[in-house]
Design a protein. Structure first.
Length: 367
């Protein structure tokens, strides 16, 4: 029965999404966007907002991945993994466990705590769970975000529900353009139509209310409920279910699209993990200072999960005036200014940031 596998996949997905904010690497969430500092904690490293090329690469990878999955597996995302489907399926199967099938009222009551948890989970991807829980009903922004998200999620799931998949979802609209004749779909076997019992069990269970016997519909979310319902009727008679998965997964398109997607994913991971542990930027300030004096603004980004002790020096023939040592906590950014005094004729200076096994040089002009 497909339902068993689908529920297992959905539960694992729900556990993963809810549990991820609790996983901590080097003292920070495994995956969280820090709005205050505009940086993304990403499994032990940090991606700063200024690194927009990484964001573009990630978007490109996601587009490739979505195209590949849709072209090969059809609407598998919609029926098996989409949070919208998962939440509705879980609330409906919980309602069924209470012995009340097809009751919208019970489902909607169950959706209240479920959407509250989803609302909290969404905030945990921006504010760490302990801080969220401390701020709930104490801090105005956290409480307001929680209540507004909860309200909107509840309205969407309870009153729009599956209609969202059929009318609003942009992914549902674009995916049919990616289908080809071998894409995995659920199809009714028309050649055996004369042996079909026409019991309409497949129609009654369909969450989007379509009749698979009438042919492939763009509204079908490939949930396989109709296969299970039909199996319950046809298997006791020694027949295979009339609706079933149809398509070819292993074909040339799978290999070349899968290969390109995997290569793009690996390249993205390599770019992220092979970045230097530290980024050092320095520019000369455009200001009028006495002869032989120049001021510079510097920014140091610690991309690693380690504390870095660093010292800033400059050469040749210049003296650094002011504080030139700094300690950077994991994933911290530090900004400051430094004054240089020349002891001769200097046109160019070389700054060196050294310490904790790192040595970085940057050149800048001197007037
Ligand atoms: S459940 Fe199966 S046997 Fe019954 S109408 Fe649907 S396809 Fe035919
Ligand atoms: S036709 Fe079958 S697979 Fe498609 S949405 Fe309905 S029950 Fe799910």
């Amino acid at each position: 029965m497909w339902k068993k596998y689908r529920r297992t996949v959905q539960l694992l997905q729900a556990l993963l999404i809810t549990g991820l904010p609790f996983i901590r690497i080097n003292g920070q969430s495994a995956l969280r966007f820090d709005i205050g500092e505009l940086k993304l904690y990403f499994f032990g490293t940090v991606i700063w907002i200024r690194e927009f090329y990484l964001l573009l690469a990630a978007i490109l990878f996601m587009l490739l991945f979505i195209t590949f999955v849709t072209a090969v597996f059809g609407r598998i995302w919609c029926g098996w993994l989409c949070p919208q489907t998962v939440l509705l399926d879980l609330s409906e199967s919980l309602a069924a466990r209470f012995g009340i099938k097809n009751s919208k009222t019970v489902r909607n009551i169950l959706l209240l705590p479920i959407t509250a948890l989803v609302s909290l989970t969404m905030i945990w991807y921006f504010v760490p769970p302990p801080e969220t829980m401390k701020g709930l009903f104490v801090s105005l922004p956290v409480t307001a975000f929680f209540l507004v998200l909860w309200f909107l999620l509840y309205l969407e799931l309870a009153f729009l529900g599956r209609k969202f998949c059929m009318s609003i979802c942009p992914y549902a609209m674009m995916q049919n353009a990616l289908f080809d004749k071998d894409t995995l779909v659920i199809e009714y076997d028309k050649s055996r139509d004369d042996t079909c019992m026409k019991c309409d069990s497949c129609v009654k269970v369909c969450p989007v209310g379509i009749d698979i016997k009438a042919g492939l519909s763009t509204r079908c979310i490939a949930c396989a409920e109709c296969i299970d319902a039909c199996s319950a009727k046809s298997e006791p008679r020694g027949l295979a279910p009339f609706p079933n998965y149809k398509g070819r997964i292993l074909r040339a398109k799978t290999y070349w699209m899968g290969g390109i997607t995997a290569a793009a994913g690996m390249l993205l991971l390599l770019i992220i993990t092979l970045r230097p542990p530290l980024d050092f930027l320095i520019t000369r300030d455009q200001e009028q200072l006495p002869e032989g004096l120049n001021r510079y603004s510097w920014t140091v980004y610690n991309n690693s999960g380690k504390t870095l002790d660093l010292e800033l020096s400059a050469a040749p023939d210049v003296t650094v005036i002011g504080e030139h040592t700094l300690t950077l906590k994991p994933y911290q950014v530090a900004r400051g200014k430094v004054l240089l005094k020349a002891s001769g004729s200097v046109q160019k200076v070389r700054f060196t940031l050294i310490g904790s096994g790192i040595s970085i040089h940057k050149d800048a002009g001197f007037l």
